[in-house]
Design a protein around this ligand. Structure first.
Ligand code: GLP
Length: 238
C-alpha cells in the first residue's frame, strides 16, 4: 500500500484528479468505481472543472458506485444517486453510470444484478474509496467478511450517527444499505483511498500500523497489490 501525505485537502484533490487524468489517457474506456461522502466532493468539483476546460474525456468510461442507502428514492436529496448526479455524473460526458438501486423491490436480486454488471464490464479499473470513522469502506462495517460481492447490510450506530448530519428531522434515515463487498472492491485493478481531516486521524493511524485488524474493513488495503492512500496532513498527523 502506497502512502502519500500532502499539505492540504486541495492538494489531495489535485493529486487524485491527476490520477484520473492519467487513467483515462491510458485507458479511455476505464471502469471507474466511485464513492460518496464529503471527502471526494473536492475531487469531483476539480474533475468537472478540468472536463469543462477540455482536460479530461469520460466519453468511453463507465462508472459503478460503491453503495446506496436502502430503501431510498433516487430523488431523495440524501440518496447517493442524487449526490452523484449533482456532484459529477450530470456534469461530465460519462458513457454510462450505475449505482445500486435503492428503489429496488428485491434487494437480493438487485445485488446480483449489480455484481453481474460489474463482471460483464470486466471489473473495476480504478476504485475510489473514502473511509468511515470506524474504518468502514463503502458500507462494509467492522468485522465483515473479506470475500463478499454486493450485499444488503445493516448500518452500525456509528455510521448512522455520522451520516445523520445530512438528514433533516422530517426524514426517515435509512438504517440499511446496498454496498459492494470487500471481495468485489479488492478485485479492482487499482484502489485510491482519500483520507482527509483531523477527525480521521485516529482511524488513519490504525490503518498505518500495518496490522490486519479484522474489525477494521479498510485494513484489506494492506493486502492489495496496487493500493494508494492519499492523506492530508490533518489526517496523517492528527
Ligand atoms: C459514507 C459512505 C462511505 C464514505 C464515508 C465517509 O458512510 N458510505 O463510502 O467513505 O461515508 O464519508 P466522509 O468522506 O463524509 O467522511
Amino acid at each position: 500500500m502506497k502512502k502519500v501525505v500532502l499539505d492540504t485537502y486541495e492538494d489531495v484533490c489535485k493529486a487524485a484528479a491527476d490520477i484520473y487524468i492519467e487513467q483515462l489517457k491510458n485507458k479511455p474506456n476505464s471502469i471507474l468505481g466511485l464513492a460518496t461522502g464529503s471527502t471526494p466532493i473536492g475531487l469531483y468539483e476539480r474533475l468537472v472543472r478540468i472536463y469543462n476546460d477540455g482536460g479530461i474525456n469520460f466519453s468511453k468510461a463507465r462508472s459503478f458506485n460503491l453503495d446506496e442507502y436502502y430503501p431510498i428514492k433516487k430523488n431523495h436529496p440524501q440518496s447517493y444517486d442524487y449526490f452523484m448526479r449533482g456532484h459529477l455524473l450530470d456534469k461530465i460526458n460519462i458513457l454510462q453510470s450505475d449505482i445500486p438501486n435503492g428503489e429496488a423491490d428485491d434487494a437480493i436480486s438487485e445485488c446480483k444484478r449489480y455484481d453481474a454488471q460489474i463482471n460483464a464490464a470486466g471489473g473495476i479499473d480504478l476504485m475510489l474509496l473514502g473511509i468511515g470513522h470506524n474504518g468502514h469502506v463503502g458500507f462494509n462495517e467492522p468485522s465483515v467478511s473479506y470475500n463478499m460481492g454486493t450485499y444488503l447490510t445493516g448500518l452500525t450506530d456509528s455510521s448512522i450517527s455520522a451520516n445523520s448530519r445530512f438528514f433533516t428531522e422530517d426524514d426517515v434515515q435509512p438504517t440499511k444499505a446496498l454496498t459492494m463487498g470487500l471481495g468485489e472492491i479488492f478485485r479492482s485493478k487499482a484502489i485510491l483511498m482519500l483520507i482527509c481531516g483531523k477527525g480521521k486521524a485516529p482511524i488513519a493511524k490504525k490503518l498505518f500500523e500495518g496490522k490486519i485488524h479484522t474489525d477494521i474493513p479498510a485494513c484489506f488495503l494492506l493486502l492489495h497489490p496496487n493500493a494508494t492512500v492519499i492523506l492530508d496532513k490533518a489526517a496523517a498527523l492528527g
